[in-house]
Design a protein around this ligand. Structure first.
Ligand SMILES: [Zn+2]
Length: 86
């Protein structure tokens, strides 16, 4: 039972990381993608979370991209040292 749970966590994590990599930006949840928050009756404030941009960068997406960049860079280096198919 525990092994299944661990497997599930790993799969879920992989899916989440892939999702972050493909879609690093998401609709701001605080203002529901409008960029503004209506506080009170007439006042409309710029959303403090996305600052009116309506989209926010998902937490961890920067790390995922940095990691992917590092892995890609390493693969490119390896190809340069050992040219294959040429
Ligand atoms: Zn917002």
């Amino acid at each position: 039972m525990n092994a299944h749970l661990i497997l599930f966590v790993i799969v879920a994590l992989a899916v989440w990381l892939g999702f972050l990599y493909l879609a690093p930006f998401g609709r701001c949840g605080k203002c529901k993608g409008t960029g503004h928050i209506s506080s009170g009756r007439r006042q409309v404030k710029v959303c403090p979370r996305c600052k009116g941009r309506r989209r926010i960068q998902r937490r961890g997406s920067r790390t995922v991209h940095r990691l992917a960049y590092r892995i890609r860079g390493r693969a490119a280096n390896r190809r340069q040292i050992h040219p294959e198919g040429q």
